[in-house]
Design a protein around this ligand. Sequence first.
Ligand SMILES: [Zn+2]
Length: 503
Amino acid sequence: MGKTDSNEKNGKQQLKKVFLVIGAVVILLLVLGFYWFLNSIWPGKNGSKGKAEQTLQTIQTTPEGTTPQTTPEGAELTPGGAAEGTTPGDMAEGTTQEGASPGAENPSGNTDNKSFERQELLGQAERLALGYDYEGALSLIKSYGEEAGAYKQYAELSEAYERLEEEKETLVLYGGAYTSITQINHIFFHSLVADNSKAFDGDRRSRGYNMYMTTIPEFNRIIDKMYRDGYVLVKMADLVKKETLEDGTTRYVENPIYLRQGKKPFILSQDDVNYYSYMDGDGFATRIVIGGDGKPACEMLQEDGTTTTGAFDIVPILDAFIEEHPDFSYKGAKGLLALTGYEGILGYRTNDETSPTYEKDKEDVMEVVKVLKEEGWEFASHSWGHKDMYAISYELLKRDTDRWLKEVAPLIGGTDILVFPFGIDIEKTVGSYGSDKYKYLKEQGFDVFVGVYKEPWMQIKKDYVRMTRRPLDGQAMLQFPERLEDLFDVKDILDPERPPRDW
Ligand SMILES: [Zn+2]
């Protein structure tokens, strides 16, 4: 009995110990559970800033404005994907940031949607800041939460806010590259050759294409080189602003553009974005359309009469490049599209009132223009009939201008920019405009006059702006390669499929 008793006693004591241990474990689990619960509802406190802050710190230590180590095509960056909101060189961190499941920070397994939402917001803000829209980035962070100042409760938001504010202070006028906006480059192209075998097939138009056009591989190389050299696209609308004087009159003055140190603002334009019928079958896009994703795309007519949609010209190519490299564009700037009127615009034959598709074409092209503007593209007049505006009479210039204003201006919502056909200015002197031609054009609302010259040149006058552009076409590359030396070595750009100089 005694032995049994003591056995029983020992057994009971052991059982007690087991219960005590189990009890302790349960309490510990409850405490830990409560701690995790606190973490999930109270981010930024309890020392659990975790991954979000680590990622931000990593971004912070990446020097702004350094050249991203990507391949020319930006192959390391997934378009529209994880790279959003991180500096381009920061892909690995970016992947962690977006790739992490929302619940990953939360061992209790509860999905922390709010935390995910904040990461998304930060990604958007970072992207805006990369494109120099610091105001937009800061107000986006500020807008978080129901009540004003709610962002301050979240370490990741308030720290990003402070960091972006500091970063904004480090921006310098014209990137420190120029002392005046008048020194910037304005480069231009015509329609890109999308199919070399058709453009350079030896027919009577081949030589003209060889002189005045640039191929898609050449354009890609130029843009990539300029990006790596620190060039940043700006809009024509960013260059100058109107200042009101004491007497109530206005004058144009330079508009300051603040960029990261070492960056260089520049303008890109494209002439004759009309897809003229003479180019049909020669390997060019045939019009601009809105693609399935709601973005501008190019349509191209195939030999069998069907059409195919793709990136066959500057608009979709540059859009995609900036999607991958948001720091290549200042506040969403793209390029300037210069349009004539005699064959309609953007590949729509809106010049022909008798066309059975006249109304539909106008409707369609206005929708395309709307999307292009939303994407940052600007428009200019390139005259209606593409005549030498110096050589033609005042009367003819007036008629041509009136026709452009009647047929084209309503489709694009008007413009104050005139890009001279052939690059030939209405006046030969570089003093001040004073001709009747100038007066008429000014009366019709044109304030910015754009010619062609081998190097950057720009005048800001009281009533108008006059500037020139540099062509980056076959003639410039094959005949005057030395003029382009500051931009690139022509050898690195030339398409091997382009014929040798044949003029
Ligand atoms: Zn032209």
